[in-house]
Design a protein around this ligand. Structure first.
Ligand code: ADP
Ligand code: MG
Ligand code: ZN
Length: 475
């Protein structure tokens, strides 16, 4: 029997506020344990939470950017459970009445078809603390710096059908939250985390099957790998005539498999109820429209503008807008240049190739947009040819020197003196009579042989345009 995967994703995104959601403690990452705490976030008796307005504005912005309807009235509930990283004994979270619902995102599949993924809801909540386990000394330590940091949880509809679609949805959502500047998107620090729910159903069946929930997915690649694994595992279970059980599973990135963490029987009953310390959250039209006024250009709008303004293909515009940093890098690079397409190509091949090889992101690029642009303007002005530019780029990456300094120090200026090149071409033609005859008899492939001779002679510095013209006329 053929099975169809059904996937729904829950994303927790940390909002980029300076202070926590219900107190004025700093949200700064990497401080000494428990430095960012106060009676409110450590859950002392008698403490009273006060909602952070900026956090609400950020949640509204995320909701607008994901096509959600904002609820004019929403509510904070208490989600009760005991754990040492949760000093109050409950987490404050929107449950019955979230701030926003009924949104959607468009993603693109491999063929460029767009697929609409529904967003069930976005709700606000506080983060829990962190436990650091020290098995050697048989103790666990509690760090409450993260306790009370504002989060939004974005819950998708079970509209996703493949691991790749899940990856595309997550990348898109990640890009949007960074574009609108409400989340720093740092997955290693946990600012953007995802749980994936997966079930299978016989192809053609309407009802969903039993799902497993995957946790501990801290990169896009891991999400895709874990979902693929889980689809295979559940297919095997069903094909053997067994039943998938509802459970939470952990992704093991070392062994590349999921393992059972807890079953349904061990699931919590959270005994949600409205937090009596917090009034209902009322969001009026004025608040929504003031947030809307701060909305920057979103990825799909940037795609259209890049196509129009820089005459880029849809595919290229898509790649270059995939993150706000890459889009900014491109625009800064292209600004002073005549040839925008050349800028796009160099970024997509040479720059991204280097970043990939080093396994770093664009924000960690050793070459900044400004110097990358100057490198390309050296090509545009005819100072160096593209071959030399590649050499210069490599040295820019390793030495952090400016392109002009490198060109000078290594004498890479392009040779474009007409008479000098003409003399060289004449010499090469004279020295290789057999090749010349063969060429004239139709072996036109030999053109690159002559070009190669000139480049060898000039150590790659000859202006290929001029040499081409000269060779064409002389041959
Ligand atoms: P919980 O809070 O217990 O995780 P939710 O109802 O909030 O449950 O659902 C969480 C996620 O699971 C949503 O993204 C939803 O789309 C997805 N989901 C629900 N049912 C299924 C299913 N049968 N198969 C796959 N995903 C599902
Ligand atoms: Mg869940
Ligand atoms: Zn505090």
């Amino acid at each position: 029997m053929k099975f169809e995967p059904v996937i729904g994703l829950e994303v927790h995104a940390q909002l980029k506020t300076k202070t926590k959601i219900f107190c004025s403690c700093s949200t700064e990452f990497g401080k000494p344990p428990n430095a960012n705490t106060c009676p409110v976030c450590t859950g002392m008796p008698g403490m009273l939470p006060v909602l952070n307005k900026k956090a609400v504005s950020f949640a509204i912005k995320a909701a607008l950017a994901t096509n959600c309807t904002i609820n004019k009235e929403s509510r904070f509930d208490r989600k009760n459970y005991f754990y040492p990283d949760l000093p109050k004994g409950y987490q404050i979270s929107q449950y019955a009445l979230p701030i926003a619902e009924y949104g959607w995102l468009d993603i693109e599949d491999k063929k460029g078809n767009s697929i609409k993924i529904g967003i069930t809801r976005i709700h606000m909540e506080e983060d829990a603390g962190k436990l650091i386990h020290d098995p050697a000394r048989q103790r666990s330590m509690v760090d409450l710096n993260r306790t009370g940091v504002p989060l939004i949880e974005i819950v998708s509809e079970p509209d996703i059908r493949t691991a790749l679609q899940a990856g595309a949805y997550l990348r898109k959502l990640h890009a949007i939250l960074k574009y609108i500047d409400v989340c720093d998107g740092n997955m290693e620090q946990g600012s953007f985390r995802c749980d994936a729910n997966i079930s299978l159903r016989p192809a053609g069946q309407k009802e969903f099957g039993t799902r497993a929930e995957l946790k501990n997915l801290n990169s896009f690649k891991n999400v895709e790998k874990a979902i693929s694994y889980e689809i295979e595992r559940q297919t095997y279970v069903l094909e053997e005539g067994n039943k998938v059980i509802q459970e939470t599973r952990l992704w093991d990135p070392v062994k590349n498999r999921t393992i059972s963490m807890r079953g349904k029987e061990e699931a919590h009953d959270y005994r949600y109820f409205p937090d009596p310390d917090l009034v209902p959250l009322i969001v009026d039209d004025e608040w929504i429209s003031s947030v809307n006024k701060t909305m920057p250009e979103l990825p799909h709008e940037k795609v259209s503008r890049f196509m129009k303004e820089y005459k880029l293909s849809r595919d290229d515009a898509w790649v270059l807008t995939s993150s706000i940093e890459l889009a900014d890098f491109f625009e800064k690079t292209a600004a002073p240049l005549k040839d925008k397409k050349q800028a796009a190509n160099w970024i997509m091949t040479t720059l991204l190739g280097m970043l990939n090889a080093k396994g770093i992101s664009i924000s960690q690029s050793p070459v900044l947009a400004e110097s990358f642009s100057r490198l390309l303007s050296l090509i545009e002005s005819g100072t160096i040819n593209t071959n030399a530019a590649k050499t210069v780029f490599e040295e820019m990456v390793s030495s952090l020197k400016s392109p002009e300094t490198i060109v000078k120090a290594r004498g890479l200026e392009q040779l474009s003196d007409q008479s000098e090149l003409e003399a060289m071409v004449d010499k090469i033609i004279k020295k290789n009579p057999d090749e010349v005859t063969a060429y004239r008899n139709g072996k036109t492939k030999l053109f690159s042989f002559f070009m190669g001779q000139i480049m060898k002679k000039t150590r790659g510095k000859a202006d290929p345009g001029i040499v081409t013209k000269l060779l064409n006329s002389k041959l």
